[in-house]
Design a protein around this ligand. Structure first.
Ligand code: IPE
Ligand code: IPE
Ligand code: MG
Length: 253
């Protein structure tokens, strides 16, 4: 047990994390970069740059807390609607992040995984993502999954298409289809469902993130924009999570 001091709405309250109940899988919708920049009269890209610093902090913290899976929503299938300049900047930041962080992540035993249709990304991003995964896939620490050109609905359609192919080619029986089998066709087949979904910036929606996987996830929202999100906020989210009563449809014992 570790005593921690929270910097947000429970300011001045001591919080104690239970290390027996650290969530196995944390998923974060990293939002509010644009508003963070606008509030400082800076271009939006400066908000994205500042957001990368928060990524560094949060990845480190999750690793040190013993979180096994961290999934970060970086670019949605709907984010292509944004101005070209902003999209280009985001892609550049992604490639830079992978280059600059690789050694440290790898030496900390992190698996650098990705989900989403990366074939639509600039070649340099595809290359960095594939290389990073290939070089780290046998690591045994935190599995860091970057969701890029990811959309929950696209993921489900992609799964249905591949399942249909297997049914027609392998002569599978329709009755073989169940939740576990379907799960194997998702990008996240190898991962447990997220225990908690964190969304900063004040929005309270999923924005097409992990639609299938979050059936029983706990949600945690905060008004803080992503570049201002600190490790204390992460601890607060985990603390709240540890005090939720997860019943999964059953009743309290
Ligand atoms: C999140 O911040 C980053 C991405 C979606 C790529 P936003 O860019 O959405 O920031 P806001 O919501 O406009 O403040
Ligand atoms: C969700 O944020 C996507 C990512 C954080 C990558 P958005 O800013 O795109 O979501 P909406 O448009 O507010 O729902
Ligand atoms: Mg946003």
């Amino acid at each position: 047990m570790l005593n921690l001091f929270s910097s947000n709405k429970t300011e001045n309250e001591d919080i104690t994390l239970d290390f027996e109940k650290i969530p196995k899988h944390i998923a974060i919708i990293m939002d509010g970069n644009g508003r963070w920049a606008q509030a400082r009269k800076l271009p939006r890209v400066m908000g994205h740059k500042a957001g990368v610093e928060t990524v560094r902090t949060v990845v480190k913290k999750c690793n040190s807390l013993g979180v096994k899976y961290l999934t970060l929503y970086m670019f949605s299938t709907e984010n292509w609607k944004r101005p070209k300049d902003e999209i280009n900047s985001l892609m550049k930041l992604l490639a830079q992040y992978l280059k600059s962080e690789f050694d440290e992540l790898n030496s900390n035993n992190v698996v650098i995984n990705h989900i989403g249709d990366i074939s639509k990304l600039p070649e340099i991003c595809q290359k960095e993502l594939i290389d990073a995964y290939e070089k780290t896939k046998n690591n045994t620490g935190l599995v860091l999954t970057l969701a890029i050109n990811y959309g929950g609905r696209d993921e489900i359609i992609y799964a249905v298409k591949r399942l249909y192919k297997d049914i027609s080619e392998k002569g599978m029986n329709i009755d073989d289809i169940d939740k576990d089998l379907f799960n194997n066709y998702l990008y996240t087949a190898e991962m447990p469902d997220p225990d908690i979904i964190i969304r900063p910036s004040g929005e309270q929606r999923l924005s097409n993130f992990l639609l299938w996987q979050c059936a029983y996830s706990e949600f945690w929202y905060s008004d803080i924009n992503w570049p201002d999100f600190t490790e204390k906020d992460l601890e607060m989210a985990i603390y709240d999570y540890q005090h939720r009563d997860r019943r999964f449809g059953g009743i309290k014992k």
